[in-house]
Design a protein around this ligand. Structure first.
Ligand code: C5P
Length: 223
């Protein structure tokens, strides 16, 4: 039996990957499946938490017993997270958020013209994770904020730098590339803590990594 150690706790999880419209039929996207986010949702619910998931383009069966909010783009994800973050004891950002979006999304499908294609001009998306940290500091509330990062090389050094830059409490660093992480059921990760802790999670089901993340979050929750 699972310990209901998250009973009475509210957790917010972002999952999947954003899509940034180029025109009504095309987008800039990424390979995030939402599996890790949904695994976090299922395990948190099993441990008694009140779970909200903001899902960006996830094509998996809905996790049972969680409040699901569907979004498409990074701006929509930011708005949904902003609407749901207040009062959450923990926020875990697993979603792969596009760093940039097209400045303009064409109103109708872009056609081949026979001449050189027009370049797609991009603008930066808000950093939602960093924004969560700013909101928490402003409000002075106790909220554990967790980021995920996919790195292809110098995993620990890059992860440490990213943790410091984002200001979150925990950063789960995945080694990606070579068939690891994206779209697979298994995940191998290192969880870095702002307090200097380093926890290696061996290759295993995404549920196992999720449970380890909740263990580390539970340790940091007040009370
Ligand atoms: O900087 P990078 O995209 O590698 O950081 C990954 C972490 O930051 C993830 O937790 C992701 O959900 C979050 N993120 C975000 N807003 C962005 C980009 C990333 O919240 N615009």
């Amino acid at each position: 039996a699972v310990e209901p150690d998250l009973t009475g706790k509210r957790v917010l999880i972002s999952a999947g990957g954003t899509r940034e419209a180029i025109d009504p039929v095309r987008f800039i996207g990424n390979h995030s499946s939402g599996r890790q986010g949904y695994a976090l949702a299922r395990t948190a619910a099993a441990r008694g938490a009140d779970v909200t998931v903001v899902a960006a383009n996830v094509g998996l069966p809905d996790p049972a017993g969680v409040h699901l909010v569907r979004v498409g783009s990074a701006v929509e994800l930011a708005e949904a997270v902003e609407a749901e973050r207040a009062g959450a004891d923990a926020v875990v950002m697993t979603a792969a958020v596009a760093d940039f979006r097209p400045v303009n999304s064409a109103a109708s499908k872009i056609k081949k013209s026979g001449t050189a294609p027009a370049p797609i001009e991009l603008v930066e998306n808000p950093d939602i994770l960093a924004g969560l940290v700013v909101s928490r500091e402003r409000e002075g509330t106790a909220q554990t904020i967790v980021g995920f990062a996919a790195e292809t090389d110098d995993v620990i050094a890059n992860g440490r730098a990213k943790l410091a830059r984002k200001g979150c409490d925990l950063l789960v660093v995945n080694q990606v590339g070579g068939g690891k992480a994206f779209g697979t059921d298994d995940n191998k990760a290192t969880v870095l803590g702002a307090d200097g802790t380093v926890v290696d999670v061996p290759t295993g089901p995404k549920e196992d990594l999720a449970d380890r993340v909740w263990d580390l979050v539970a340790e940091r929750l007040p009370g």
